[in-house]
Design a protein around this ligand. Sequence first.
Ligand code: CP
Length: 328
Amino acid sequence: MKGVVVINFQKNVVDLICSNFKNNDIISLDQFDQRSILKLFRETAQIKKTNYKKLLNILKGKLAALVFFEPSTRTFSSHAAAFKRLGGQTIEHQNPNVTSSAVKGESIEDAAMMHQQYCDILVIRHPVKGTAKKVAEKINIPVINAGDGVGEHPTQALLDMFTIWEKFKKLTGLKGLLAGDLLNGRTVHSLLRGLSIFSGNTIYLLSPKELRLSKEEFELYEKRGIKLVEIESAKQIPKDCHFWYWTRVQKERLSDKNIYEKLRLSFILSKKLVKERAGKETLLMHPLPRVGEIENEIDDDPRAVYLTTEVKNGMFVRMGLFKLILQG
Ligand code: CP
């Protein structure tokens, strides 16, 4: 329950899920343990195989506020679709810095206080790390972090992990590759936290040296037991990875656009690379958007799930989350 179990965990103050999602916030993968993740995935799998028409009573009469201070295609649409597929309705603020009273100087805390008077849950994306947590501490309705700057993107990691779990029926003993902007990519930060919860996972890290995982994050995950191996060339990618998780260079986090231009295509997921280094069952993943770092020719490869399964699972995992948070 929100506000009941508060502990200090790796410098974050968060409410642990402990298999009880009811009224809880989703701010960080640090809130999860194995049982909670598997509970969500079983719920999601059940929802995925159920006819939509049979789910419409679950959130009937409920309202979600979707407040996105940063642009979004997938996270916004999939939360909206998920809530509506369960029979709920949404109040949608895209670009509130232009369309809401933020223009007049209203604080994010005051705006959140308003949303809790109207809605049952708040989904928020913001460019400043820590904003979702700050808002969650202020209001009493559950808050979902839809991305906080370079911080985390927990629901993306959950859908990525669900996609891996669905394919390999496990989250332990995995070998994976994370490529691209590991310094600024919030999906990567949540995914590494999530994979650290399970034992025996080895993750290869491929990025330009300027965009490597920070030393602090590297040490944090390793302390939790995940094995991280930094590699410098695509030729070092092991041939038996369960998944490759490519990411774009985060243009919006780099102050020097020349650096962006220099780094953005450092590592490309090409047809040639897939042929040379991917396994027969290697999932080819990307949180999207892609901006040149995956060749379009790979889209039809049955191993490529970034435009298909991964995206659709985003809606189903969010349906599972909404159901568990608002109905129990
Ligand atoms: N994966 C993801 O966060 O995409 P959007 O920015 O389009 O929501």
